[in-house]
Design a binder for this molecule. Structure first.
Ligand SMILES: [Cu+2]
Length: 286
C-alpha cells in the first residue's frame, strides 16, 4: 500500500475515500504526501508528519520533542494563492506553514534534552542552523543512526524528500536563533528586480524617479536593513521583520527562537518573553 497512483493503486478521485492498512515495523520521523498531481498538490502544501514511536523507549529520555516541516512557496505579492508553476524562485519560506515572526518559539528548560525533527518536501535543501551548543544528528527517515556515526554539528542540511532528527542539550539559558542558513530563506517576499545601488549616494533621486516610475524602490546606499517597512501590496508580509528587546530583528521566513530558561513559571506552553541577560553578557557600544 505504497500509494503511487497508477503504479500500485488507482488515483483517489475527489469525493472518494481509500483505506490503507499496514504493519509498522520501523519507528521514527516519517512523512506522507500525495502521489497524484504531485507537483500541484505538494506546492499547495499537502503533506505532513507520520511519527512512529518505538515500542521500547530509547535509553536517553527526551524532555522536549519538536517537529518542524519546511516548505517554500511563491505567492505573488498582493495575491493569496501559491503559484505551483514556479520551479526555483520562491518568496515565502515557512516552518510548519508559518513565516517569522508568525513562527512559534521552541521552549526548553536548562538541562533538557531536546529533539527537533525536521522534514523537507520543498524544492530546495535547507541547512537548518541552531545557535548555542552543537547538536547531534541521531536519525533520518531511514532509521536511527548508530552512536558511532553521530558527530557534533551546528547546522543540519535537510535534503528534499527526507527527515533529520537532531538531539540537543539545552546547556545554556538564552534566546538562541534557529533558522535556515540560506540567507534568502530568512526573508519574506521582496522585489527581485530592485535596482542594486549599494554604495551609491542617492540623495533625493528616488523621489524624482518615482514621479516617472510609480513604485520605484532601489537598494539603499548602505543596504536593505532600513527597507523592511517601505510600501508593499496588500496581503504581503514585510521583507524583514520581527522586533526583539534590542530593536528590529530584520528576519523573516524560516526563523524562530529556541528559548532556554532556568525556570519556566508559566510552563512549557507559554512564551516566556525575551531572555533577561545577566549584567555583562550583552555586547556594548564603545
Ligand atoms: Cu532554506
Amino acid at each position: 500500500m505504497d500509494g503511487v497512483a497508477g503504479l500500485v493503486q488507482p488515483h483517489i478521485e475527489p469525493g472518494e475515500t481509500y483505506v490503507y492498512e499496514f504493519t509498522l515495523r520501523q519507528h521514527g520521523t516519517q512523512m506522507y504526501h500525495p502521489h497524484s498531481d504531485e507537483m500541484l498538490q505538494m506546492a499547495m502544501g499537502m503533506m505532513g508528519f507520520f511519527i512512529i514511536h518505538p515500542k521500547r523507549p530509547r535509553p536517553k529520555k527526551i524532555d522536549r520533542d519538536y517537529a518542524i516541516f519546511l516548505q517554500e512557496w511563491f505567492i505573488d505579492p498582493g495575491t493569496s494563492t501559491p503559484d505551483p508553476m514556479v520551479m526555483l524562485d520562491f518568496n515565502v519560506f515557512t516552518f510548519n506553514a508559518r513565516a517569522f515572526p508568525g513562527t512559534a518559539p521552541l521552549i526548553a528548560k536548562t538541562g533538557d534534552r531536546v529533539r527537533i525533527r525536521i522534514a523537507n518536501l520543498s524544492m530546495d535543501s535547507h541547512p537548518i542552523h541552531l545557535h548555542g551548543p552543537p547538536f547531534k544528528i541521531v536519525a533520518t527517515d531511514g532509521g536511527p543512526i548508530p552512536a558511532a556515526g553521530q558527530w557534533p554539528e551546528v547546522t543540519v542540511s535537510v535534503p528534499v524528500g527526507s527527515t533529520r532528527d537532531v538531539e540537543w542539550m539545552a546547556l545554556d539559558p538564552g534566546d538562541w536563533a534557529l533558522h535556515c542558513h540560506k540567507s534568502h530563506h530568512t526573508m519574506n517576499p521582496m522585489g527581485h528586480d530592485v535596482p542594486n545601488l549599494l554604495g551609491v549616494r542617492q540623495d533625493g533621486v528616488e523621489a524624482k524617479i518615482r514621479k516617472h516610475l510609480p513604485g520605484y524602490m532601489p537598494m539603499m546606499e548602505k543596504g536593505m536593513g532600513n527597507m523592511h517597512e517601505m510600501g508593499r501590496p496588500k496581503n504581503t508580509l514585510p521583507m524583514m521583520t520581527g522586533t526583539g528587546q534590542f530593536g528590529p530583528i530584520e528576519m523573516g521566513g524560516m526563523f524562530t527562537v529556541m528559548k532556554v530558561r532556568d525556570e519556566l513559571p508559566k510552563g512549557y506552553d507559554e512564551d516566556p518573553g525575551w531572555y533577561v541577560h545577566p549584567p555583562g553578557t550583552v555586547a556594548r557600544k564603545i
